[in-house]
Write a new protein. Structure first.
Lengths: 281, 317
């Protein structure tokens, strides 16, 4: 394992600690999906994106990222803070009154790093496509990234956007789906089966890649590969398998930790499994 | 009564199309999106002259609203174009989250609003759109009255930073406002000064109010007529000043009486200057197929309806 990968994994450990502590502190929020996507966020913000934590909303000359499944805000906020967008101490305000760290991310309180509100599902891919088109008009060759949940694919708007991007050759767009197989009422298989997603996205005209979202070096490899496919006439979709609750054994793989906060004992047990690598906020 | 004449009738949607083309020439940041209604929205000239800045999204309004929000990130000024029903009710949550709550500089341009869409019937005749849009925090709501005013509004909103709902229609109506008018968002236009009653009208009902005013003058009733082209933010000062003087008000709009201009005016008056008010509006119902003129008559949105309302409200003073 290279030094770089070890460094990224260390950051991801701290992000996981931040997530469970934030959710515990306000006794609400979504730890499961946040933990599962910790490696992805760290890979993006600490390895992939050309970005400036001084933050300009228009992001001209930068790669920009949109979070469509806004309920995994804890991982987004922790990553942004750890990347220097705002003080890590602000993570303590998550979901509390007068905070910029709203339950779901928003531009309304001007939190650096957030470019659109999300939470009501299915909207982020459209926003990302619009931002990608603005980049083209501006002669800006940087990329647009968006993350969606798998349950979110049940929203019809996703498929409107899915149709638009290939038709219009939006090829500087890298979308990722967090395939953890879980949603609030159970597994996606039980609630509303997503079917063969590779075949679906390919049929819509996307270049489809698959990733292991909880294996840092493999994930980086897939993200690098995705970049190589940009500019070739097709939007790119990464089907990223993750484990809900990854990093905390009793939260792993179950929809029960989608939107439930740990109690004091559960927090202690979770933190026991997550090394403090960068210092808690 | 001040005399208003016209030499030409045109649809307000054509005012939008002309305004969009002009603002496209003036401001290279302006982009346009359309959901398979280029002809209906009169967006053809913009598309022809600025093909790179025009986005055909297909019959996919939710995606259009999201894309418009995204286009603002990078500094574009997107104008979305589809029918009023598909610009509001169909995509309310997309507008609410991705545009209004996100504070995006999107201009939601909505044609075929109200009953005067005509023969297509109630599925397309939205009468709730003003209410839906004005309830969104930070949303500006504009409903101009003729071709010239619609054109001027279309151009003016590019210079305003923030989400705007611009509502216009399909039928040909008299052009009676100045072609070179300066459009000021939120500023009422005094159509006629009078002393017996205030008629506060928006959109297609402004011309009807003028027709009513002329007939009322013949009967010795001196009506003050105000055009409220911006329903939000509302020119409260102009409304209060007028109603304080006349002592009663008739509001007139091509919209459900619940949630439209009338309710906005009533809210102002209830708080700062209670006065009798009558509504000329659709009485909490859906529309139906018919010619615009037949529909306006049947649903009580013509000059005759305004005259009846004026007589009723004056008695209540």
């Amino acid at each position: 394992m290279s030094a770089d990968i070890a460094k990224l994994e260390n950051i991801a450990k701290q992000v996981r600690r931040d997530i469970v502590r934030m959710v515990h502190s306000c006794q609400s929020g979504h730890p499961g999906g946040s933990l599962g996507c910790a490696d992805f966020f760290v890979a993006l913000y600490f390895n992939q994106l050309h970005h400036d934590p001084k933050f300009n909303l228009n992001g001209i000359g930068e790669d920009i990222f949109f979070l469509s499944n806004g309920h995994i805000s804890p991982v987004f906020y922790s990553t942004l803070a750890r990347a220097g967008y705002f003080e890590i101490s602000e993570l303590a305000t998550f979901r509390k009154i007068n905070s910029r760290l709203q339950g779901h991310p928003t531009t309304h309180e001007h939190l650096p790093g957030v470019r659109v509100a999300s939470g009501s599902l299915g909207q982020g891919l459209s926003v990302a496509i619009g931002a990608a088109q603005a980049k083209k008009l501006n002669g800006d060759d940087k990329l647009v990234y968006v993350l969606m949940g798998d349950g979110e694919l049940q929203e019809g708007q996703v498929w409107e956007a899915a149709m638009y991007a290939p038709h219009n050759k939006v090829d500087h767009l890298i979308a990722t789906i967090d395939l953890n197989g879980q949603q609030i009422d159970g597994s996606t298989e039980q609630v509303l089966s997503l079917g063969n997603l590779r075949a679906k996205w390919e049929a819509f005209g996307w270049k489809v890649l698959e990733a292991n979202g909880n294996h840092m070096s493999q994930l980086i490899q897939t993200l690098n590969e995705a970049k190589e496919h940009t500019g070739k006439g097709k939007p790119i979709m990464i089907l990223m398998r993750t484990e809900m609750g990854n990093g905390v054994d009793f939260m792993m793989g179950s929809h029960k930790w989608h939107g439930v906060a740990p109690n004091d004992e559960q927090l202690a047990a979770a933190l026991n499994q997550l090394e403090e690598t960068l210092g808690d906020y | 009564m001040k005399k208003y004449t016209y030499t030409e009738k045109k649809d307000t949607r054509s005012g939008f199309g002309a305004g969009l083309h002009e603002v496209g020439k003036k401001n290279s940041q302006v982009v346009a999106l359309c959901a398979d209604l280029i002809g209906s929205l009169k967006m053809g000239d913009f598309k022809k002259d600025f093909p790179d800045r025009f986005f055909q999204v297909g019959i996919a309004e939710a995606n259009m609203m999201g894309m418009a929000a995204g286009l603002t990130i990078g500094g574009k000024i997107p104008y979305t174009g589809t029918f009023a029903n598909f610009s509001t009710g169909r995509v309310y949550d997309q507008i609410r989250q991705s545009i209004a709550y996100s504070g995006k500089n999107v201009k939601i341009c909505a044609s075929h609003a109200g009953l005067t869409l005509g023969e297509d019937g109630a599925t397309h005749q939205i009468l709730e759109d003003i209410g839906l849009m004005k309830m969104l925090p930070g949303m500006t709501v504009i409903n101009p009255c003729d071709y010239n005013q619609t054109k001027a509004a279309t151009i003016a909103i590019a210079d305003y930073e923030g989400p705007v709902y611009l509502r216009f229609g399909r039928p040909s109506v008299p052009i009676f406002t100045d072609p070179d008018q300066k459009f000021e968002i939120g500023k009422a236009w005094m159509v006629n000064e009078g002393s017996d009653v205030s008629i506060i009208a928006t959109g297609h009902l402004v011309w009807e109010a003028i027709q009513a005013g002329e007939k009322l003058a013949e009967q010795g009733i001196d009506a003050e007529i105000i055009n409220i082209h911006t329903i939000k933010p509302l020119d409260e000062e102009a409304i209060l000043k007028s109603v304080t003087k006349t002592g009663c008000v008739v509001t007139a709009e091509e919209h459900n009486r619940i949630g439209g201009l009338g309710d906005s005016v009533a809210q102002v008056l209830a708080k700062d200057g209670p006065a009798p008010q009558e509504y000329v509006a659709v009485n909490d119902s859906f529309g139906e197929s018919g010619t615009p003129a037949d529909l306006m008559k049947k649903y009580g949105l013509d000059a005759e309806s305004i005259i009846s309302a004026v007589k009723k409200v004056i008695k209540r003073k």
